[in-house]
Design a protein around this ligand. Structure first.
Ligand SMILES: CC(C)(COP(=O)(O)OP(=O)(O)OC[C@H]1O[C@@H](n2cnc3c(N)ncnc32)[C@H](O)[C@@H]1OP(=O)(O)O)[C@@H](O)C(=O)NCCC(=O)NCCS
Length: 270
């Protein structure tokens, strides 16, 4: 060992400098082996891995995503979904492909909530952190419901069977479908879900908004009720069984919506 014949201080310096080099080498190997980037992140098991959005502090900001941007962010959105819904990792690939398909539906609109002042785990391929990408803490999206879409057809048929074709036509004949609304558990109950729903519904031309949500006295159900949603089919099972859902509908605009022309709550672009 170089310096072994020197003083104790010299030996310590030699040890520290070698530890330093070893640590630097290990970090370099790790960074090369596990670069962070949309194409490199593992899709499966995404919920285990959320390295952002744990320290809060001031209000989140809303950003609107194009369908292409939404598809680019699917892995990160699935992580929020997994945490908000406590969804098993095995469910995520299927969920991601459903969301990808939804992005192609007519009049698709998506918003995300980002926490200012915190960097997310997004990185450019070269490892640089883009300045405008902050911690994602929530997302919501929807689209115009149309015949031929699975959810739309199942719900329309069931509503017609249980409440008549006039009711089905009223609620689903010209509807905006809220497909997903999720907020990271560390950031719930601070108004983010409500703000995202208002942002999605603002200025929509449809007569109604519709959604499905797990049955029960949940925060989601209370939030939807306060926005004017009522139960259309309170105990509904989608084909293939699974848990019971409530199908809910509201006449647009949502209750408590900012007046038309008020841009203060509008999301900016991603
Ligand atoms: C449902 C969900 C999207 C709502 O988003 P959220 O940001 O938590 O909801 P909000 O903060 O806008 O409103 C919900 C509650 O917070 C309360 N709240 C809102 N702002 C608040 C504030 N500043 N301080 C205290 N409470 C507040 C609301 O009054 C409401 O209270 P309630 O739960 O007693 O009725 C979110 O909780 C979530 O992701 N849940 C798990 C996943 C889920 O259920 N998704 C929907 C599936 S259909």
């Amino acid at each position: 060992m170089p310096g072994s014949q020197g003083s104790a201080a010299g030996r310590r310096r030699w040890i520290y400098s070698n530890i330093n080099s070893a640590v630097r080498l290990l970090i370099e190997i790790y960074v090369r082996r596990y670069p962070l980037g949309p194409t490199k992140r593992a899709r499966i098991g995404a919920g285990r891995n959320l390295a952002y959005a744990t320290r809060v502090r001031s209000g989140p900001q809303l950003r609107e995503l194009s369908a292409e941007q939404f598809i680019d962010e699917l892995d990160a959105l699935a992580e929020i979904y997994a945490l908000a819904m406590a969804a098993p990792a095995a469910e995520l690939p299927g969920r991601i492909s459903i969301m990808e398909r939804h992005a192609g539906h007519p009049a698709f609109r998506a918003v995300v909530a980002v926490q200012p002042g915190e960097q997310g785990r997004h990185r450019e391929p070269d490892g640089a952190a883009p300045a405008d990408r902050r911690a994602l803490i929530g997302f919501a999206y929807g689209f115009h419901g149309l015949a031929g879409q699975w959810w739309h057809d199942v719900v329309t048929d069931s509503l017609a069977a249980r409440r008549g074709s006039d009711a089905a036509g009223h609620w689903l004949g010209d509807s905006f479908e809220f497909a997903e609304v999720h907020v990271h558990p560390d950031h719930q109950a601070r108004g983010t879900g409500r703000a995202m729903m208002h942002a999605l519904a603002a200025g929509r031309p449809e007569r109604t908004a519709v959604l499905s949500t797990p049955q029960g006295q949940t925060r989601a159900r209370r939030l939807y009720g306060s926005l004017g949603f009522v139960d259309l089919l309170p105990a509904f099972s989608f084909p293939g069984a699974g848990p019971a859902y409530a199908i809910m509908g509201a006449v647009l605009p949502l209750r408590g919506a900012p007046p038309p022309g008020d841009r203060s709550a509008s999301p900016s672009l991603w």
